[in-house]
Ligand binder design. Structure first.
Ligand SMILES: NC(=O)c1ccc[n+]([C@@H]2O[C@H](COP(=O)([O-])OP(=O)(O)OC[C@H]3O[C@@H](n4cnc5c(N)ncnc54)[C@H](OP(=O)(O)O)[C@@H]3O)[C@@H](O)[C@H]2O)c1
Length: 323
């Protein structure tokens, strides 16, 4: 493993690299960009790659990983690869098939981490976002505890080293933790987390249960046109963040990433640009002071970029609760 990396131990004993490379990209960007960027990320020292069935780039991520294994840069065991169970596969009988599809596309025998992507179930089928004739999303009704039991079986079958969840609120985490006969608890909860939405309460709850919080959107998200209000504040332009960056002679992006590491959060960073990818790995090369951390804590405003409003009618919509 790259000695630069800071690792975090998961409750099942495995270790997750503190910084992960995000692979979500807009549809209009050619998939070939993902191959290039993922190779650059591995060359630069990234060892944790965050992927998902729904991102539709698993083949490209798999190609990049294979190419970096073939040229001797890394071994399979050096790479920590995450994928996620999409919402159209939450019915227990479909869970393993989604994971198997991902493994096939990634050309891997196992993923290091498999997550339930989102707690709202959607109508099963090939459409990622099934819509009715009025353009409204078609949801499904699934007992997430039953889904979780198959996640446990996937771990036992060796298809995933660790299992966890994403976008779960406290109530949903408690539901899994309190499930009668629970075999493995979720090792992590991957949620939107950045200086404008620092998830302090959810983080404290997760820490109390030995669940690692993994931050997505730590740089303010890609401001996806489909689901982010284009008038929302640009996180990396925040004057307080920029002033601190200037003081510490680092970029605002590095400060925003470092903030998460120092509060015990595993952080993801997406970019398709070589200079940014190479910059982001430098998050291990410096430290913020306690005072810096307080200044950054002060930026919190519980502001969510990706609210997934179109699923908000569903009883499992996670963002209606305080946290
Ligand atoms: N579980 C979930 O539901 C979920 C949801 C969303 C995302 N994710 C995961 O989390 C990952 C990260 O989140 P995200 O994709 O929304 O974006 P992000 O990591 O917050 O990054 C946002 C943008 O910051 C810019 N950036 C990156 N490095 C920079 C640097 N050094 N200097 C200046 N700008 C920089 C890039 O834009 P430019 O290239 O335009 O500069 C990038 O698109 C995703 O790729 C995905 O793997 C998970």
């Amino acid at each position: 493993m790259n000695s630069k990396h800071q690792f975090v131990q998961l409750s099942d004993g495995h270790f997750i690299p503190g910084l992960g490379f995000g692979t979500y990209k807009p549809q209009e960007v050619p998939n070939s960009k993902t191959i290039e960027a993922t190779k650059i990320a591995i060359e630069a020292g990234f060892r944790h790659i965050d992927c998902a069935y729904a991102y539709e780039v698993e083949e490209e991520v798999g190609l990049a990983i294979r190419s970096k294994i073939e040229d001797g840069t890394v071994k399979r065991e050096d790479i920590f690869c995450t994928s996620k169970l999409w919402s159209t596969f939450l019915r227990p009988e479909l869970v393993q098939s989604c994971l198997e599809r991902s493994l096939k596309k990634l050309h891997l025998d196992y993923v290091d981490l498999y997550l339930i992507h989102f707690p709202v179930a959607l109508k099963p089928g090939e459409e990622l976002y099934p819509l009715d004739e009025n353009g409204k999303i078609i949801c499904d009704s699934v007992d997430l505890c039953a889904t979780w039991e198959v996640m446990e079986k996937c771990k036992d079958a060796g298809l995933a080293k660790s299992i966890g969840v994403s976008n779960f609120n406290r109530r949903q985490l408690e539901m899994i933790l309190n499930k009668p006969g629970l075999k493995y608890k979720p090792v992590c909860n991957q949620v939107e987390c950045h200086v404008y939405h620092n998830q302090r309460k959810l983080l404290d709850f997760c820490k109390s249960k030995d669940i690692v919080l993994v931050a997505y959107g730590a740089l303010g998200t890609q401001r996806y046109k489909e689901c982010v209000d284009q008038n929302s504040p640009v996180l990396l332009d925040d004057p307080v963040l920029c002033a601190l960056a200037k003081k510490r002679k680092r970029s605002p992006a590095l400060i925003a990433l470092r903030y998460q590491l120092q509060r015990g959060v595993v952080v993801l960073a997406q970019s398709l640009k070589e200079n940014e990818i190479k910059e982001n790995i430098q998050v291990f090369d410096f430290e913020l002071t306690e005072e810096d951390m307080k200044v950054l804590d002060g930026l919190n405003r519980n502001f969510c970029y990706v609210a997934m409003q179109f699923m908000s009618d569903h009883p499992n919509y996670p963002f209606a609760d305080e946290y």
